[in-house]
Design a protein around this ligand. Structure first.
Ligand code: AMP
Length: 216
C-alpha cells in the first residue's frame, strides 16, 4: 500500500504534485483544505462550523479534522493507498493518523517534506489562481493558462482563493511554522521522513517521489 503524507508550507506545490501522482499511481489525493472549502461552498453543517476559521487562516480543531480524515480513508478508493495533503498539521493529528492506520491494519509508507524557502512561497502563492470548476491550479508566472485568466479545460475565469491573499498567506505561513515543524520532527524520529527539494521543478520532484515509492 502506498500510504503517503505530503508536508510543506502553503505554496510548496503539494497540491500540484499530488494531482500528478494521483494519475500515475492511481491513488486518491486527499486535501483536507479542499474538503473544508467544498463544505463551505455547499453550506453543509461542517462548512458552517469551519467557515470563519478558514477565513482567518487559523487551524480547524483536531477533533473535526481527524473525523473528516477517518471517514475519507475508509472509502474504497483508498484501498491501494492515498496521498494526504495538508494533514496532519499538528502532532495530535499525526498521532491520530497512526492510530487510524493501525486500526485499519496498515502503516504510513513515508511522510514527504517538500522544502521551499519563504520568499519562493510568497511569490508562488500571490500568483496562484484556481479554476472554480475543476480545481486545477495555475501560476501566472511559472504555469500560466493558455488563454488569459481562463482554465485550459473548462474555459471559465480563474479565481484567487480568499486565503491566498497576502495577509492571510503570511498568517498561514506563521501558523504552519508554529504547528507543523513539530510534525516534521515527529516523523523524523520515527524514521518516516523524506525530504525533497520543492524548488527543483515539477518533473524532477515527481521522479524523486516515484523513486521513494518504488524503493519501499
Ligand atoms: P490548505 O488548503 O491545506 O492550506 O487549507 C486551508 C485551510 O483549511 C487552513 O488554513 C485551515 O484553516 C484548514 N485546514 C486544512 N487542513 C487542516 C488541518 N489538517 N488541520 C487544521 N486545519 C486545516
Amino acid at each position: 500500500m502506498i500510504d503517503l503524507v505530503f508536508l510543506g508550507p502553503p505554496g510548496a506545490g503539494k497540491g500540484t504534485y499530488a494531482r500528478k501522482l494521483k494519475e500515475i499511481l492511481g491513488i486518491p489525493h486527499i486535501s483536507t483544505g479542499d474538503i473544508f472549502r467544498e463544505a463551505v461552498a455547499a453550506g453543509t453543517e461542517l462548512g458552517r462550523k469551519v467557515k470563519h476559521i478558514l477565513e482567518s487562516g487559523e487551524l480547524v480543531p483536531d477533533e473535526i479534522v481527524n473525523e473528516v480524515v477517518r471517514e475519507r480513508l475508509s472509502e474504497p478508493d483508498c484501498e491501494k493507498g492515498f496521498i494526504l495533503d495538508g494533514y496532519p498539521r499538528t502532532v495530535a493529528q499525526a498521532e491520530a493518523l497512526d492510530e487510524m492506520l493501525k486500526e485499519m491494519g496498515r502503516s504510513l509508507m513515508w511522510a514527504i517534506l517538500f522544502d521551499v524557502p519563504e520568499d519562493v512561497v510568497v511569490q508562488r502563492i500571490s500568483n496562484r489562481r484556481v479554476c472554480p470548476k475543476c480545481g486545477r491550479i495555475y501560476n501566472l508566472i511559472t504555469n500560466p493558462p493558455k488563454e488569459d485568466n481562463l482554465c485550459d479545460e473548462c474555459k471559465v475565469p480563474l479565481i484567487q482563493r480568499e486565503d491566498d491573499k497576502e495577509e492571510v498567506v503570511r498568517r498561514r505561513y506563521r501558523v504552519y511554522m508554529e504547528n507543523t515543524l513539530p510534525v516534521v520532527e515527529y516523523y523524523e524520529k520515527k524514521e518516516k521522513l523524506q525530504k525533497i527539494d520543492g524548488t527543483a521543478g515539477l518533473d524532477t520532484v515527481i521522479e524523486e517521489v516515484l523513486k521513494l515509492v518504488n524503493k519501499d
